[in-house]
Write a protein that binds this ligand. Structure first.
Ligand code: PLP
Length: 341
């Protein structure tokens, strides 16, 4: 099917590689054989390397920002305002791309403690973003904070473009609609027909884009988000809300209630941004086995969740499954002491 995309900047290094994780698959198959019942089968596990969309812009956000920043420039905005946690990968990607495109970037960051200039925050500072820190309590009024700063820049004669947390909006959705099309080409090239696409879900935009993208392609593949915060009901609502915005904004009719939105919320762990020792263990194992590094906030939690579900037989019906590596390396560097080296 021909998908008609809106204006887009060429910012992400795409297509990203799709790789088979054969050493991991073999190891899991042999673990399963020796420990569980023989009805459990481990599919071949593939990884879509969206951690390689760029060095400083690595991760899933740059795909969304190709469309969001194109819209900002088309609207004649000189400033971009966005928000997130203090170690937000999204905010870092906006800060870097702002510097590359000559846009002023203002980040509204959430933190209850004095933040250390490490990981993503260090990059935000290096590329010259203006940063306002707010407590969790203050962040409850995020809409007002956006309005305040929007007005501030209007008063200064600079039009500002606001991007919601995580870049998840009707416009941002296009990023992972395009990624679904890229994945379909990967499958044709590799001659595989995966049954599931698995990824970490935080603000819901990647999940909404992939779900909508594969729906537009009439694919039977099931997209499954592994939550890193909130719960299943939240993502059911949020993903539908993003798709509704997209559908209205671009006059694309969608039978929203027919979409199957699947979220696993049992691997969130202690809290958003906090992971238990089992997640750090999974990060170490995959790094040593395959030379691929996950992060503790997003991809490590989701990957560990996927492996648990494989062991429990959830994906026994599939010959192949794909994990989307959505980036996050700078977030790992901000928690390096938890690796206990
Ligand atoms: C590394 C990483 N993976 C996954 C996600 C989740 O993506 P989304 O916000 O689209 O749900 C994020 C979002 O911040 C992220 O930074």
């Amino acid at each position: 099917m021909m998908i008609a995309y809106p204006d887009r900047l060429d910012l992400a290094q795409t297509p990203t590689p799709l790789q088979a994780l054969d050493r991991l698959t073999d190891q899991l198959r042999s673990d399963i054989k020796s420990s569980t019942d023989c009805a459990v089968r481990c599919p071949r596990i593939w990884i879509k390397r969206d951690d390689q969309t760029g060095s400083l812009t690595s991760g899933n956000k740059v795909r969304k920002l190709e469309f969001l920043l194109a819209e900002a420039l088309a609207q004649g905005c000189g400033t971009v305002i966005t928000s997130g946690g203090v170690q937000s990968n999204h905010c870092r990607a906006v800060a870097v791309l702002g510097a590359q495109l000559g846009l002023k970037v203002h980040l509204l960051l959430r933190s209850d403690i004095e933040p250390q200039p490490v990981g993503n925050l260090l990059i935000d500072q290096l590329v010259g973003a203006t940063i306002s820190h707010y407590s969790q309590q203050e962040f409850r009024q995020l809409g007002n904070l956006f309005e305040y700063w929007q007005q501030h820049y209007t008063n200064q004669g600079s039009k500002a473009y606001s991007i919601p947390t995580g870049g998840s909006s009707g416009t941002g959705l296009w990023g992972y609609i395009a990624a679904a099309q890229e994945l379909q080409n990967d499958f044709l090239r590799e001659q595989i027909s995966p049954s599931y696409i698995i990824h970490a879900t935080g603000s819901g935009g990647t999940q909404a884009g992939l779900t909508m993208g594969f729906n537009l392609l009439n694919s039977a593949i099931q997209v499954e988000g592994y939550a890193v915060c909130d719960d299943r009901a939240y993502f059911e609502r949020k993903v539908k809300e993003d798709i509704k915005h997209w559908s209205k904004q671009y006059a694309q009719p969608v039978l929203i209630d027919k979409l199957k939105i699947v979220t696993h919320d049992q691997y969130v762990g202690p809290d958003y941004g906090k992971a238990g020792p089992e997640v750090f263990e999974s990060i170490k194992q995959l790094a040593a086995l395959e030379g691929i590094i996950l992060d503790p906030v997003y991809t490590g939690k989701a990957f560990r969740g996927m492996v648990e579900e494989i062991r429990q037989g959830r994906y026994s019906d599939a010959s192949d499954i794909v994990f989307v590596h959505t980036g996050g390396l700078f977030g790992l560097l901000a928690q390096q002491q938890q690796l206990n080296y």
